[in-house]
Design a protein around this ligand. Sequence first.
Ligand SMILES: Nc1ncnc2c1ncn2[C@@H]1O[C@H](COP(=O)(O)OP(=O)(O)OP(=O)(O)O)[C@@H](O)[C@H]1O
Ligand SMILES: [Mg+2]
Length: 393
Amino acid sequence: MTRMLIFTGKGGVGKTSVAAAHARNSSNEGKKTLIVSTDMAHNLNDIFNLRIGKSIQEVSDNLYALEIDPNYIMQEDFADMKQAFTKKIESFGIPMGNIGQLSMFPGMDELFSLLKLMEIHASGEYDRIIVDCAPTGETLALLKFPELLAWYMEKFFPIGKVAMRILAPISKTFFKIQLPDNNAMTDIEKLYLKLIELQDFLKDRQTTSIRIVTMPEKMVVEETKRNFMYMHLYDYHVDGIYINRILPKYMDNPFFNEWIAIQNQYIEELEAVFEGIPIYKIPWFDTDLNGLSGVDRIEQNALKGRDVFGVHEELFSQCFEKVETGYNLLLKLPFIEKGELSLHESGTDIILKIGNFKRCIPKPNSLRNYVVSGARLSEGILTVNFMEGEIRQ
Ligand SMILES: Nc1ncnc2c1ncn2[C@@H]1O[C@H](COP(=O)(O)OP(=O)(O)OP(=O)(O)O)[C@@H](O)[C@H]1O
Ligand SMILES: [Mg+2]
């Protein structure tokens, strides 16, 4: 099965270099590998010293590259879907005369980039897909979008019972829903299905991993913890942390020795807070990593000989469990304080809010007659209790 690794992290920490090192590691193993950039400020060209374009291009043995242009794929690959969206929007009296306009809706670019990734994955053409993302904020927007959109569509576009049946559960694979006949569905119902499929694809632990690149310094470490927590909020599977730009152990220089001590402190902190998750350490090299030879230094130093594409199913982020009083929903939400989190129940959803991020978790069908009876945040795990009853209005 095709594995997909998505690299995220703060701006300039080394995402593109580390992603490219994985692509080299993988193709060296003889696996057919595709490296994809979803960052509009594409940097793959510099590393591979090629003009990587809108369509997939071979860069070396077993290694292919693609820079996604959402506008282009919207027209080339997803014309039907674009039309369905456009029709729906026009039905609200908003004229959508020309093609470019859809991409003006927030999140559309991200959505089509993800749909393209899912399509490439489904083709089975590659053993591994490595995704180089834009800095954290944009990546989060990318990853939370399919779920948000599915939720909004459900709320604002009234649809038939068929789609409701598909949408209500958290995951169709988990609840083994029978899908209706493709021909019997409307365009909008097909869209819903695609969104559900997309969420399943991005959250399937066998397939998709999120990897966070960081550096041993205060601001970056703080941002890494936030990023990690948000990934958990949306139930993404983070199974690798890369600490980049580590200074050599000793330097005969008091200025640098000071910095080495500071770095050590943050490396220790990262090791403590991400215990149990594979950590990769990358030295600070003496020159910029221009081109493939630089990327190969990362590969040799930090990746070679390690099982970098392994699946780590044991790292859970969200699950339901049956208990005597009803059910519990367990959500790993590390690095937040109680006051930052708000939780409420609305109809068939549990709504969690942390800062500007909001996640609506639909209650599975089997919990239709249950209500939230309590919640507790302890040691980075949020436990939401459900018992039989009706929501009090
Ligand atoms: N370990 C390292 N040693 C020396 N230079 C490095 C190291 N890691 C990255 N660099 C250099 O730092 C710069 C930024 O790296 P890179 O482009 O991989 O970061 P990025 O996270 O993808 O940045 P952006 O957020 O802008 O996309 C590049 O010039 C790269 O060559
Ligand atoms: Mg980059």
